[in-house]
Design a protein around this ligand. Structure first.
Ligand code: NAP
Length: 387
């Protein structure tokens, strides 16, 4: 018998988008969160007749009780650094497949390094950061590496949002998670291993339309997953271009934050301050607001001398719409038994590149016409500036 899809965090902003996308695909998810009242309301809004289950991350056995072997646990309960562990542990203990919506580097590292061996032994797959953070960069990077062939020694990905700037374009959950993102340690992939490096240490530009836009370095699933696709890859860099002209200033602030965090007691103070900001779901952009923005993700593969071999652009819907839809697609494939392996999986090795192209297109992001067909002939080698 096929397992169930359990959606933990269903009452949140991203959880609801994911539930709607799941229903749109014909899935009947079990809706899980900490408030029975909110779950009742959500189930009624979604047409009723959906099983609901309560669980609270402060009571890990309640989260463990959500899933059995063969189920698929999809979690949007974040910030994940603070609240993610019980769901990851529940899935690996039960032998359930697992997908999450995190974008936080320390949590991604936990999944790839700490939970992966346990999941592999249990025969279940873990797909962390399976949303806008960071599926499209794996997609673009996977295509760029396929185009570049064996000569690829390095790949850089960059994430950009296009459309009018809007302070309300972020959900409360994203804001809470972002607070931890730039104060926390991150990583890069160099010389065949993932090494520690703070977020926003490096800044570079990417071609987006007719412009060169700045972006800051960050730790993502690309660092763990893309080297699996290209045996000669020595370096993976991922960047986010969400801060536009403020990128340089943020890079300097991030450098200062790293020094400040070394002061005695700073880490505990930071946790207290960010903890106070986490007051539960405060919603996010509505459909009309989401429709005003879109996504543009770039991947460029280089040879060992820094010459660009291939350049791929994937574009489409903005991040929240994509996140709900790709989590629903991934859950559907996982529950159907289509995962190609166990342990911590990247989006490409989990499904195969061509399947992922189809899934992302269904979720609203696809390669631009003609993108990736030709190497960026004559483009100067890109170097990043550190601080
Ligand atoms: N990868 C991406 O591109 C992407 C996209 C969107 C979101 N995200 C991330 O996904 C996470 C959720 O974002 P969001 O905007 O949906 O946040 P949100 O609206 O605040 O939703 C959080 C959910 O977690 C639940 N929750 C909070 N504390 C809990 C606890 N102690 N036990 C059980 N459940 C608890 C909330 O329940 P209540 O309803 O009871 O408060 C709610 O269902 C964030 O970390 C965000 O950064 C990532």
């Amino acid at each position: 018998m096929a397992g169930r899809v359990v959606l933990f965090g269903a009452t949140g902003y991203t959880g609801r988008l994911t539930a709607e996308a799941m229903l749109g695909r014909g899935l009947r998810p079990v809706l899980a969160a900490r408030s029975a009242e909110k779950l009742d309301r959500l189930a009624a809004d979604l047409g009723g007749d959906l099983e609901i289950r309560t669980a609270d991350v402060s009571d890990p056995p309640s989260v463990r009780a959500l899933v059995d072997e063969g189920d698929v646990l999809v979690t949007t309960v974040g910030p994940f650094v603070r609240w993610g562990a019980p769901a990851a542990a529940a899935a690996t203990t039960a032998g359930a497949h697992y997908l999450d919506s995190t974008g936080e580097a320390p949590f991604i590292k936990e999944v790839f390094e700490r939970y992966a061996p346990v999941a592999a032994r249990a025969g279940c797959g873990m797909l962390t950061a399976f949303g806008y953070d960071y599926v499209p960069g794996n997609l673009a990077g996977g295509i760029a590496l396929r185009e570049a062939g064996d000569a690829a020694a390095r790949v850089d990905t960059g994430y950009f949002i296009t459309g009018p700037a809007d302070p309300d374009a972020m959900s409360g959950g994203t804001r809470a998670s972002l607070g931890g993102m730039f104060g926390a340690p991150a990583f890069v992939y160099r010389d065949g291993i993932v090494r520690g490096e703070r977020s926003a240490k490096r800044l570079r530009t990417f071609p987006v339309g007719s412009r060169e836009l700045p972006a800051l370095s960050i730790g993502t699933s690309e660092h763990y997953a893309l080297p699996r696709l290209a045996p000669n890859l020595r370096e993976v860099n991922a960047y986010v271009g969400w801060f536009g002209p403020a990128s340089r200033a943020l890079q300097l602030v991030s450098g200062g934050a790293e020094l400040a965090m070394k002061l005695p007691g700073a880490e505990r103070l930071w946790e207290t301050v960010t903890g106070r900001l986490l007051q539960g779901s405060s919603g996010g952009p509505d459909e009309a607001s989401r429709a005003k923005r879109s996504s543009h993700i770039v991947a460029i593969a280089y040879d060992g001398g820094g010459r660009a071999l291939s350049e791929v652009h994937v574009t489409g819907v903005e991040g929240y719409t994509f996140t709900g839809a790709i989590l629903a697609w991934g859950a559907e494939r996982a529950v159907a038994g289509d995962l190609r392996g166990s342990g911590a999986l990247g989006p490409v090795d989990a499904f195969g590149l061509d399947e992922l192209v189809v899934g992302c297109a269904e979720a609203g992001i696809a390669p631009e016409t003609g993108s990736g067909g030709s190497a960026a002939e004559g483009r100067r080698p890109e170097t990043a500036s550190g601080s």
